[in-house]
Design a protein around this ligand. Structure first.
Ligand code: ATP
Length: 235
């Protein structure tokens, strides 16, 4: 069964429609990427999936229609967004940020400690900086914290909005490698990216979004050259 199924999704800002009838699916255990240039509607798509912008159409998560304006209910069901710009809480420590990620568990119970150990094993740099303010971390470390905080919520599907933004190529490589590893462990992932060649290295399937529309869907393995990629971009 598809973990995420989107049909005829439209989103608008005032009178301007930013997403025009988007159809998209993500099977259980898949890592799917949505590529597209600046302003294509990638962040709007993420917000529309989370039900936090004006939209119409159908978004089903694990076979059920998703609620509007209720990201907490979605998080409880296992759908978590790592927003563009990371959204870490700068004046709070790394550990406090991770605690916020796990707040649905209530206390720091055994499950909390298990998740924390897993996140710190995945991102050893966070372990070294647990008592440091999140705002003093490098961009790459903040992105790791944003992913770590999302993992603390125990997601079944992780949405990531341009995790590579503003990061050096080596750091982007590290983060994408972590996403590949998480996917190999069974986590379903929807990755929105502008950096197509990098995202295509780890994705099982790709969509291309342009001017608020899905203009192509393809298998990353079929795209071995820049020319072929541009064909998809332009088709
Ligand atoms: P980027 O890669 O630059 O983040 P994107 O693909 O995520 O771009 P969106 O941010 O979803 O694109 O924007 C899609 C369209 O919607 C753009 O034309 C943008 O100007 C418009 N838009 C986005 N947010 C708002 C808003 N809050 N109010 C009005 N228009 C908006």
């Amino acid at each position: 069964m598809d973990i995420l199924s989107i049909t005829g999704l439209r989103a608008r800002y005032g009178h301007v429609e930013a997403l025009h009838s988007v159809d998209l699916r993500l099977g259980e255990g898949e890592l799917v990427t949505v590529l597209g240039p600046n302003g294509a509607g990638k962040s709007t798509l993420m917000r529309a999936i989370m039900g936090v912008c004006s939209n119409s159409g159908q978004v089903q998560f694990r076979g059920k229609d998703t609620p509007r304006n209720n990201p907490v209910a979605l998080a409880t069901d296992g759908l978590i967004l790592v927003p563009e710009g990371r959204g870490v809480l700068g004046p709070m420590t790394v550990e406090e940020n991770l605690e916020i990620g796990g707040y649905l568990l209530g206390d720091r119970n055994a499950e909390f400690e298990r998740r924390l150990a897993e996140v710190l094993e995945m991102f050893p740099r966070l372990r070294e900086r647990l008592s440091q303010d999140a705002g003093s971390l490098s961009g790459g470390e903040q992105q790791m914290l944003a992913v770590g905080r999302a993992l603390m919520a125990g997601p079944k599907l992780l949405l990531l909005d341009e995790p590579s933004l503003g990061l050096a190529p080596r750091v982007i490589g590290e983060i994408l490698e972590t996403l590949r590893e998480l996917n190999a462990r069974g986590l379903s992932i929807l990755l929105v990216e502008q950096k197509a060649p990098l995202a295509l290295k780890i994705a099982n399937r790709a969509y291309f979004l342009s001017l608020g529309k899905i203009v192509s869907e393809f298998d990353p393995k079929e795209v071995s050259s820049h020319e072929e990629l541009s064909k998809h971009y332009l088709s």
